[in-house]
Design a protein around this ligand. Structure first.
Ligand code: AMP
Ligand code: MG
Length: 493
């Protein structure tokens, strides 16, 4: 078993793009979880990763020769306010691997020690947030949503000091790319147009090759990123995901979901739902995410203006018309997500009206988001009595309201000429039985902090095939009991 080799295209960029810095070794690394499937897709030997040398790498204690560790420079708008220098304060990029799918992936340690970008931070992560990111990012991948992935979680054997001392951990994160809107802002805010140009070329080459050879490459890149986020956010909404910190430094150029801090999933549906303890004004509420994505993309556009050619007015007009692609693309994708969640075949008013009426009903009835849509599987070919039973198990206070809606829904299915059995199969393949519910994540973390990894392992396993009914994981399908409801989530950084 030989150590894997890494490439480093990012390390080859000019010095001001990063700080070359090695991880700070930890006292007693212990592997908590290794993602063998992901390892295989990166051509990495899972046995080596689980070996002494492998765990030493995953902990940042000893790195293979080919690693050129670095922290990436970036800036960002946090809750609307610009900070000209953020950067990887506790993440260290080991390098890149070419996956079996031919794509290039970053492999990064999160919680690997201080870097020149750490500011007041300790460069570390607590086990709680590490496992949280592991659980949620892998669940998102299983749900078919573009996301960074989790290759491994390691306990450091050291304490980190937050409000209280907590066991420390390191996550190995894998991404198509860690470039963020904030990376572009870092250079643009310094008037470094050449730096922005370098990033544009790098991003096109690596992440959006379809923009190659365009008349105005920066504009073509921008359009690709607009489309990627106009596709991503509807997927979030479709599973009830609330990112929680949609700052521009947490907005990827690749279109992957990144930075699972105070993120959460809806139990009962409400568009104004907020969980994050630091989101006091509900800036990043569930229903505000499309508008915030557009706002973040506007900040991206601003960094590209000098590369768009023509007069300043022409630059702004070009950027604006590309940004204007977001709203209709978002609407189209969101309506498509909703239509598929209802198992309907045809786009248009009838499908949309059914979807919005159901969502309105869910708010009114405080229904569980995931359970309601999953229940459609049982209701597609059911009697009214069975439908009422399904609605009450989805949390409808007055299940008859849902039953009346379902009559209209089945009528529409008939009008479309669809077989009910086919609709049943379609909705069960679209609406997950299991999502990472907040109370289950909390439970898994509390147990792991007391050295019991079973709940964490069960959760990870139960979320790997979220569309299959599986009696082994029936408890993961349940909405929280009143005393289990999680009302607030924390960054825990
Ligand atoms: P986040 O809220 O995780 O998106 O992080 C925002 C910024 O804070 C980034 O520049 C991080 O690198 C930095 N940061 C977060 N936690 C720490 C930490 N424990 N030590 C150093 N920097 C940190
Ligand atoms: Mg971040």
């Amino acid at each position: 078993m030989a150590a894997p080799s890494f490439e480093s295209t990012y390390a080859a960029l000019p010095e001001r793009f990063h700080a070359q810095i090695a991880p700070t070794p930890v006292a007693a690394p212990r592997l908590l979880r290794l993602n063998a499937d992901l390892a295989a897709s990166l051509g990495l030997d899972a046995d080596w990763l689980a070996s002494r040398d492998g765990v030493a790498m995953l902990a940042g204690n000893a790195l293979p020769d080919t690693v050129r560790p670095l922290a990436m420079a970036y800036a960002g708008h946090q809750f609307g306010n610009f900070t000209p220098q953020l950067g990887d304060g506790r993440a260290i990029l080991l390098g890149e691997r070419i996956g079996t799918d031919g794509h290039r992936f970053d492999v990064q340690l999160k919680g690997a020690g201080r870097t020149p970008f750490s500011r007041a931070g300790d460069g570390r992560a607590a086990i709680g947030p590490v496992l949280r990111e592991y659980i949620v990012s892998e669940a998102m991948a299983a749900l078919g949503i573009p996301t960074t992935r989790a290759l491994a979680a390691v306990a450091s054997g050291e304490e980190v000091h937050r409000e209280t001392p907590l066991p420390g951990g390191i996550l190995t994160r894998v991404a198509r790319g860690h470039l963020r809107v904030g990376t572009f802002e870092f250079f643009a805010s310094r008037g470094d147009v050449e730096g922005v140009q370098t990033l544009v070329d790098y991003a096109i080459d690596r992440l959006h090759p379809e923009a190659k050879g365009a008349e105005v490459p920066a504009l073509a890149l921008f359009e690709c990123v607009v489309r990627a986020h106009a596709a991503l956010v509807p997927m979030w909404l479709g599973v009830g995901f609330i990112h929680g910190v949609m700052n521009t430094d947490n907005t990827t150029i690749s279109g992957e979901t990144i930075d699972y801090g105070p993120c959460a999933f809806l139990d009962t549906y409400h568009p104004g739902q907020v969980f994050s303890s630091i989101d006091r004004n509900g800036r990043y509420a569930y229903g505000r995410q499309p508008g915030i994505a557009a706002w973040n993309l506007a900040r991206f556009a601003e960094t590209l203006l000098p590369l768009l050619g023509g007069t300043q007015e022409e630059q702004i007009a070009a950027a604006q018309s590309a940004l204007d692609l977001f709203e209709p693309a978002f609407q189209e994708n969101w309506q498509d997500v909703l239509r598929r969640k209802l198992g309907l075949a045809e786009r248009g008013e009838a499908s949309l009206a059914l979807a919005t009426d159901l969502l309105d009903l869910m708010v009114e009835q405080r229904a569980d988001f995931t359970r309601t849509f999953r229940a459609l599987g049982a209701c597609a070919a059911a009697s009214d009595e069975e439908t009422t039973a399904a609605a009450s198990s989805a949390g409808f206070a007055d299940p008859s309201a849902f039953t009346a809606w379902a009559v209209r829904w089945r009528a529409r299915i008939a009008e479309e000429g669809q077989a009910r059995e086919a609709v049943r199969a379609a909705v069960l393949g679209t609406n997950p039985a299991r999502i990472p519910r907040n109370h289950r994540i909390e439970e898994a973390i509390v147990a792991a902090q007391a050295d019991d990894l079973r709940p964490f392992e069960d959760l990870v396993e139960g979320l790997a095939q979220p569309f299959d009914d599986d009696p082994r994981f029936a408890d993961l399908e349940q909405a929280p009991a009143p005393d289990e409801v999680v009302r607030q989530t924390f960054c825990g950084t």
